[in-house]
Ligand binder design. Structure first.
Ligand SMILES: Cc1cc2nc3c(=O)[nH]c(=O)nc-3n(C[C@H](O)[C@H](O)[C@H](O)COP(=O)(O)O)c2cc1C
Length: 378
């Protein structure tokens, strides 16, 4: 399929043929299979690092080393499977943030997506006076203009450098959310509202540093028409998670994908994650059990999340998500976006991206004037 009428997505020197980023999905949902398939389809494939070491044999005894080793192996494997653009997603909230950032940079991941917290400080081991020289480009994930401003101001001051792109994640996303519970359904925090605010907030920094910073919209984007809508609102691309779970190449078990196929709208709920953030997930017996006050027994081999009060939390979220990834949903649950109930079949990543581009083009054909605007935006 020709992509020439959909804008490309350029971040630093890296250029993806289609403006679609497959969101990083831990624990083990986006590894080499999904990331390489997305990159091969012309998008940006992202490896999630959250819990990546869980699949190493020494995770219980040597967790930090297991994490680093696993990340190194997954990046190398992904690169062997594609020549496309590959990113790594690292949560600020994880205890070995510094080690994993360094590892992704050492392995020359093209992009580093940094979410679940504000990346104000970066590991001392990086060339902090010369971040622009690194082949790896930095992309913070934010949920407000305020967060974007804090990051850009701080990076400008500390590093004389600003991020290379930004993901703006709205309240309809799957996984942990950067909103208070009461903000999730408030239209003032809708993606349509916060996206232009973030674009405006970073503009002065783009002018100061004479650098274009693409903004990528995420959360609830499901069709090519949605992609078109957010590009018209000023986004340079979109990040999607839920749609990529429902693909053959997604690294989750069939049972995890079945949870998407079988869920109804009312099954998609907001939970209080032990991380201290709200999260969006598919309700199941495990979540019913823990929300009714049952405390799961678990051993914490190391405090993998900086903020986790592991002695008092009702369950270990890393373990619950690992169980779900492996197909044991009696002892875990699936994170999912607000539109996961729309999933009705599992398709290949190629079919998904071609469908999305086709839907995008159908809107452009109906609105030729806007097509001109798209070309300018590209
Ligand atoms: C199963 C699942 C796991 C996720 N894990 C992470 C993660 O580890 N780190 C992160 O920054 N975002 C995570 N996300 C968010 C996605 O990267 C993406 O931004 C979001 O799902 C977009 O919304 P959508 O699902 O409506 O497309 C996760 C989402 C899902 C559905």
């Amino acid at each position: 399929m020709s992509f020439k009428n959909i804008p490309e997505l350029r971040i630093g020197n890296w250029q993806a043929d289609i403006p679609i980023v497959q969101g990083g999905m831990g624990v083990g949902i986006s590894l080499s299979g999904l990331a390489s398939a997305t990159a091969n389809a012309g998008g940006i494939g992202v490896i999630a690092t959250a819990g990546i070491g869980q699949f190493e044999p020494d995770w219980d005894t040597n967790s930090m080393e297991a994490d680093k080793r696993a990340l190194r192996k997954v990046i190398q494997k992904t690169k062997a499977m594609t020549d496309g653009i590959i990113g790594v997603n690292i949560m600020v909230a994880i205890s070995d943030f510094d080690d994993l950032v360094q590892c992704a940079v050492d392995e020359e991941a093209n992009l580093l997506f940094i979410g679940a917290g504000l990346p104000i400080r970066l590991p001392e081991s990086l060339p902090l006076d010369n971040l622009g020289e690194l082949p790896t480009k930095f992309v913070p994930i934010v949920s407000s203009a305020k967060a974007a401003k804090i990051i850009f101001r701080s990076w400008a001051k500390q590093f004389n450098h600003i991020p290379d792109a930004v993901v703006v994640e709205g309240p309809l996303a799957g996984g942990h959310l950067g909103f208070k519970k009461e903000e999730i359904d408030n239209p003032d925090y809708a993606l349509e509202k916060i996206l232009p605010e973030v674009i405006a907030a970073i503009k002065p920094y783009e002018e100061l540093f004479i650098k274009s910073v693409p903004v990528i919209a995420a959360g609830g984007i499901y069709t090519g028409a949605d992609i078109h809508k957010f590009i018209q609102l000023g986004a340079h691309g979109v990040q999607m998670g839920t749609r990529f779970v429902a693909t053959h190449e997604c690294d989750a078990s069939q049972e995890f994908k079945d949870a998407y196929l079988n869920c109804k709208k009312e099954d998609i709920v907001i939970i209080d994650s032990p991380v201290g953030l709200p999260g969006r997930a598919i309700r199941d017996e495990f979540l019913e059990r823990v929300s009714s006050g049952v405390k799961e027994t678990f051993k914490c081999p190391w405090k993998c999340l900086k903020s986790c009060d592991f002695k008092n939390v009702p369950y270990c979220i890393a373990l619950a998500l690992t169980n779900a990834k492996k197909g044991d949903l009696e002892n875990g649950f699936a994170f999912a976006g607000a539109n996961a109930y729309l999933v009705d079949k599992i398709i290949s990543v190629k079919e998904l991206t071609e469908t999305l581009v086709g839907e995008y083009m159908a809107v452009v054909m109906q609105r030729p004037l806007e097509a001109g605007m798209v070309a300018q935006n590209a």
